[in-house]
Ligand binder design. Structure first.
Ligand SMILES: [Zn+2]
Length: 311
């Protein structure tokens, strides 16, 4: 395998997204050259293939962390690779790119070997490390959910490529939301006998019916055990209703003013990471809203939103 490290360094920079310039890319190329013992640059197609594989391997690793590579993950990986590929003078054809991805994806030994080299090289370049970690988070979030296996992989990779806990936390805030944010919401809905996508009107109607049914006044004439059960059920329903109707306020960067504001339904919000404009769905699903382009979470609590949009 011919690693076209100089060429690699020149293009790695801006292509994974993030503020990594060609200058830094060249430095990376230099670092990669020092690691490579093989003569470089026999021909440009090898160069392209070597670089593409170096970027491909971490992306495939995160995609495989929870078992199978899903179609969404696969599509995003191909999209990221295509962007890099297009910057070569002699780019790979679409067919060659597909073959490279499939061949590498099915070769776990190659993935392990190349990943070790990528980790070694990336360790000494903070900006490249951040870009790579960000690209990996994007792939991990491509399924709109990051599970424990993926989170573990990302933490391990982040540490291996020399990033600090603070570096890791920034991307965790951008891409990861703990499941309990969503499950408490869903539990409250199921308490009211409603599906996960129920809207505010359904919530009000269900609460009205159930609170009448279990209201303590209705059971004052019954046996104490029954009264107790009804009272318990009544307080559970009331708590669920409160949670669903007084949600924590969410903040995002409004596309109209480019300032971080509390958002409301169907507003257009600009992604804090890639600036893509996204129209919000109804407010019941705010905890799960992601940027359509880079999969970053669009809405956060006030402190986090302000911190993430600071630069
Ligand atoms: Zn985005």
């Amino acid at each position: 395998m011919a690693w076209g490290w100089k060429l690699a360094g020149a293009v790695v920079g801006g292509l994974l997204g993030g503020p990594v310039g060609v200058g830094i890319g060249m430095a990376v190329g230099h670092g990669l050259d020092n690691i490579d013992n093989q003569p470089t640059g026999q021909n440009r197609e090898d160069d392209a293939e070597g670089l593409l594989q170096a970027v491909l391997v971490p992306l495939l690793s995160i995609a495989k962390a929870d078992g199978e590579i899903t179609p969404r993950e696969n599509r995003l990986i191909k999209e990221l690779l295509s962007t890099i590929n297009q910057s070569f003078d002699e780019e790979l054809s679409e067919y060659e790119l597909d073959v490279l991805i499939e061949k590498t994806a099915n070769d776990d030994l190659a993935i392990r070997t190349v990943l070790e080299v990528v980790v070694e090289v990336t360790k000494s370049n903070h900006d490249l490390a951040q870009s790579l970690l960000k690209a990996c988070w994007r792939v991990g979030a491509a399924d709109l959910d990051i599970n424990a296996a993926e989170l573990n992989w990302l933490m391990g990779f982040s540490e291996a490529i020399g990033l600090s806990e603070d570096d890791f936390m920034i991307y965790a805030l951008i891409y990861y939301r703990p499941a309990n944010d969503a499950t408490s919401h869903e539990q409250a809905l199921s308490m009211l006998g409603l599906p996960n996508d129920a809207g505010l009107e359904q919530i009000k109607t269900a609460y009205r019916k159930l609170s009448q049914k279990y209201h303590p006044d209705k059971h004052s004439h019954l046996a104490p055990e029954i009264k107790e059960l009804a009272a318990h059920k009544f307080s559970e329903i009331t708590e669920a209703y409160k949670l669903l109707t007084t949600p924590t306020p969410w903040y995002g960067k409004l596309a109209s003013s480019y300032t971080v504001e509390q958002v409301s339904e169907y507003e257009i919000v600009s992604c804090l990471i890639c600036e893509q404009k996204n129209r919000l769905p109804s407010s019941e699903h705010y905890h799960a809203v992601r940027c359509g382009k880079c999969q970053a979470l669009l809405l956060h609590n006030k402190e986090v939103a302000e911190m993430l949009s600071a630069d």
